[in-house]
Ligand binder design. Sequence first.
Ligand SMILES: Nc1ncnc2c1ncn2[C@@H]1O[C@H](COP(=O)(O)OP(=O)(O)OP(=O)(O)O)[C@@H](O)[C@H]1O
Ligand SMILES: Nc1ncnc2c1ncn2[C@@H]1O[C@H](COP(=O)(O)OP(=O)(O)OP(=O)(O)O)[C@@H](O)[C@H]1O
Ligand SMILES: [Mg+2]
Ligand SMILES: [Mg+2]
Lengths: 256, 256
Amino acid sequence: MTRVIAIANQKGGVGKTTTAINLAASLAVAELKTLLVDIDPQANCTSGMGVARQQVERDIYDVVIGEQELEQVILSTELEYLDLVPSSTDLFGAEVELVGMESREERLRRAFSRINGTYSHVIIDCPPSLGILTLNALTAADSVLIPIQCEYYALEGLSQLMNTIRLVTKRLNPDLVIEGILMTMFDSRLNLSHQVVEEARNYFSDKVYQTIIPRNVRLSEAPSFGKPIVLYDALSTGAKTYLQLARELIENEQKK
Amino acid sequence: MTRVIAIANQKGGVGKTTTAINLAASLAVAELKTLLVDIDPQANCTSGMGVARQQVERDIYDVVIGEQELEQVILSTELEYLDLVPSSTDLFGAEVELVGMESREERLRRAFSRINGTYSHVIIDCPPSLGILTLNALTAADSVLIPIQCEYYALEGLSQLMNTIRLVTKRLNPDLVIEGILMTMFDSRLNLSHQVVEEARNYFSDKVYQTIIPRNVRLSEAPSFGKPIVLYDALSTGAKTYLQLARELIENEQKK
Ligand SMILES: Nc1ncnc2c1ncn2[C@@H]1O[C@H](COP(=O)(O)OP(=O)(O)OP(=O)(O)O)[C@@H](O)[C@H]1O
Ligand SMILES: Nc1ncnc2c1ncn2[C@@H]1O[C@H](COP(=O)(O)OP(=O)(O)OP(=O)(O)O)[C@@H](O)[C@H]1O
Ligand SMILES: [Mg+2]
Ligand SMILES: [Mg+2]
C-alpha cells in the first residue's frame, strides 16, 4: 500500500523543498522505495536533486495536462530506492490552463492510480500557494506534512491552510489527514524560535513532531551540489535530524 | 509625480514583506509621503504593521473587485508620513474571481489613478507567485524592486521572473523597469552568501544595490511587535541598512 504525503504550506521559504528532498532521501536510505514528485513551477526540488533544466524533456506538466503517463517521466537518482518526477517552468502556465479542464483538481490523483503499490512512499513538494497545483497534491495525498519556520509570520497563514484542507476533505478527498507538523530552521539561541515552537504545540499538540530541524548551513549548501543532505554531508546535524524525522514518521505509521 | 514600486519575486521567503514594510517606513522617516499596499492574501505586511485581522473591514480585495475606492480603505499608521492599504484572506478567492473579469490585470492600476500625486511613493508587497495579483502589481507599477535571498535557490527563479516582466512590458505596461536588485539575509561568514552576491552582480551588474541587508534577528522580531524596524529598534543593523537603502533609492531617482 503506497502512502502519499504532500509537503504543503502557502507561506514562502519555510523549508517545503528542503523537507521533501531530505525526507524522501532518508526513507530511501532506510530502503523504502520512495517517489519524490515536484509539482512546483519553480522546480527547486528538481534542481536540488541535481537534475538540470535542459535534461528534462517530459515532466509533471505533461502528466497533469494529460499528455504523458506518470511512468514515462520518472527519473532514477543516485539513491537506489529513490526516484524523481521532475517539474519545469512549463508548470507556470498550468494554473491557468487547468481552470477550464474538467476534474481539474483530480488530475494528479488519477495519474498516481497507475503506480499504486510500486512505491512504499510518494512525497510531493508543493509551491507556496493554495492554487490548483497544491489542490491537486492535497487531492492525491493520503496526508499532509506541514513545515513551519520558527519565525513570527509562520503561524499567521495556518488558519487559511487549515481552511483549505477542510475544503479538500469535504469536496475532493475525505480521507486526507494531517501527517504531522515539522518545525524548521530552529535556532536555540533565539527567543522567537522557542515561542513559535510553543505556540505550534498549543495549536497542534501531539501532531507536532518531536524532531525539530535546526538552522544548519550544510542544508542550504547541499542543493548547490544537487544532492540530498545524506549524500552531501551524512554527519551534519541536518542529515541526522532528517533521518530522525523519517524514523519518527515510520514509527507513527506503525502505531496506527 | 507619484512613483509606484512593486516588491516582487515568486520565490518564497526572500524578504519581500520585510523589504516592503521597512523601505516604506524609511521613506516615511525621510518625510516622503508613502503608501504601503499589501496585495498578498497572506496579509503579512498588514499584520507586520500591527493591524489585526478583526480591525480590517474593507481592504485591497474590495478595491480590486471594484466595490470600494482606494481612498476608502487607506489606514494611517504610527508614522505620520506612512499610510497602509491592508489585505485580508478574502484575497485568496480573488485569483479565481478575477479570471473571468474584463481587464483583470489592470484593476489595481485603475484604482491608483485616483490617488496620483497624493503620495511621493507607493510600495506594493506581492505574494510568492506570478499569478493575477502579482500581474496587477506589475501593471500598476513604474518599477519593480527584486529582493534576492543569499541562498542557492535564489537565482533559480530569476529567469522566470524576467520572462514575466518582459511579458508585462509587452502587453500591459510598456514603461515598467527594474528599480533594483536587493540582496537580503546576507551572512558574511558563509561562502554561499558571497557566491550568490557575486552571481547576482554578474547577472544584473549595476542594478544590484550597494546596500546589502544582513541577516539580523531584530528584523525577524519586529513584526511580532507590529512595528517597522525603525520604530522597534532604530539602532539595529537592520534599521540602518533599510534607511541606507531608502537613501540609495532616492539618489538613483535623482540621477535619472
Ligand atoms: N534547516 C535549515 N537550515 C538552513 N537553511 C535552510 C533550512 N531549511 C531550508 N533552508 C534554506 O532556506 C531556504 C528556503 O527553504 P526551501 O526552499 O526549502 O523553502 P520552501 O518552503 O520550499 O520555499 P518556497 O516557498 O519558495 O517553495 C532555502 O535556501 C534552503 O536552502
Ligand atoms: N534580513 C533579515 N534577517 C533576518 N530575518 C529576516 C530578514 N529578512 C526577512 N527575515 C525573516 O525571514 C522570513 C521571510 O521574510 P519575509 O516574510 O519578509 O519574506 P517574503 O518574501 O515576504 O515571504 P513570502 O514569499 O511568504 O511572501 C520572515 O520570518 C522574516 O521575518
Ligand atoms: Mg519550495
Ligand atoms: Mg511576504
